[in-house]
Write a new protein. Structure first.
Length: 311
């Protein structure tokens, strides 16, 4: 029987995803009808990108056996009490590679002092030699799909990488810490901090006045995780005192970041418009279809969201 798959993303995404998803179904030998506007009563699977096309009541999809998010972050979906079907988040090799490139680029920018070099091109010959990466501790908060890949890439460049997660981990190349007590150990050493935590009640303002104060003076913050991880007022205060020398922020509590927000005009804040790592249809379509294959075969689903933990 043909599987009915609802593409629940905004209209502009449909032409971008339709061809790679159909190709992935064909490659996997799955008889699926991918539809943009399926009758909810007939839908077996929802492929979900909630921006501008949110589902409020999943009870309208009584046959649905899987909701596969096209996003890595599922905070907008996981709190919906009508969603009782298995929910899986996106872990896509293309998205991961994009995040590795974003993080490596901004860590190297801070490490090499590129902003200061550009600002100091005034005709004065004043060499400042940066330390080697081995002498530049970098903290990666969150050791999931993205934090682990970024941490290992940074370790591959020679950085001393400290990682932090909720549960204990062993990751090659990363000095792993966990739990509330592990955060201080990681932050008090880190000259550069990269936040790759999900938005959950527990991670709300992980970086606040107290924890920003644990960092060495003049640290750099790079946040491609979620805006809720940061207490914005505390960060602005830490930038003013020089406790944080530089912040590169990709994600915000309100997106798009409102024009009047102080981050835009701050001389030591770089705003990027949530572009750190997009889901790439070419690679992600195969991930979607592999999970549908698993669903059909009654095999364990990949990247299933833990509703209690919220990610
Ligand atoms: P993931 O695989 O679910 O990993 C999340 C990590 O955070 C895990 O290591 C987890 O610990 C840790 N964590 C969760 N709650 C914690 C807590 N209370 N204390 C300490 N550690 C905690 O997620 P991912 O795929 O790496 O993605 C991470 C986030 O990146 C996403 O949730 C999303 O918000 C963001 N993101 C941003 C973009 C962008 O373009 N800016 C793109 C994609 C994703 P355990 O390992 O112990 O579970």
């Amino acid at each position: 029987m043909t599987l009915i798959v609802q593409f629940q993303g905004r209209a502009a995404l449909w032409p971008v995803w339709q061809t790679p998803l159909e190709a992935a179904f064909a490659e996997a030998g799955i008889d699926a009808a991918l539809q943009f506007d399926a009758d909810p009563a007939t839908v077996d699977v929802i492929v979900y990108s909630p921006h501008q096309r949110e589902i409020e009541d999943f009870a309208a999809y009584p046959r649905c056996r899987l909701v596969q998010s096209l996003w890595a972050g599922v905070e907008r979906i996981v709190t919906n009490r009508t969603l009782t079907q298995p929910l899986c988040r996106m872990v896509d090799p293309g998205l991961t590679q994009g995040m590795v490139e974003y993080v490596a680029g901004h860590v190297l920018r801070a490490h090499l002092g590129i902003d200061a070099i550009l600002a100091a091109q005034t005709g004065t010959w004043a060499p400042v030699i940066p330390p080697l990466a081995a002498d530049r501790p970098v903290a990666v908060l969150g050791l999931g799909a993205l934090g682990t890949a970024c941490g290992q890439a940074l370790a591959g460049l020679g950085f001393r990488v400290l990682g932090w997660s909720r549960t204990p981990k062993t990751v090659a190349g990363i000095d792993c810490h966990h739990g509330p007590e592990g955060l201080r150990a990681v932050l008090q050493e880190a000259q550069i901090v990269v936040t790759l935590l999900p938005a959950t009640p527990d991670t709300e303002t992980t970086l606040n006045a107290e924890t920003l104060g644990w960092l060495p003076h003049g640290a750099t913050l790079i946040n491609p995780g979620r805006g809720t991880l940061i207490d914005d007022a505390a960060l602005l205060a830490a930038l003013d005192t020089g406790q944080i020398a530089q912040a590169t922020l990709d994600v915000f509590r309100t997106e798009p970041l409102p024009p009047e927000h102080p981050y835009w005009a701050h001389p030591r804040v770089t705003v990027t418009p949530h572009i750190a790592a997009d889901t790439r249809p070419g690679t992600a379509s195969r991930v979607v279809v592999e999970n549908i294959r698993r669903m059909l075969a009654n095999e364990p689903l990949l990247h299933r969201v833990n509703r209690d933990a919220g990610y």
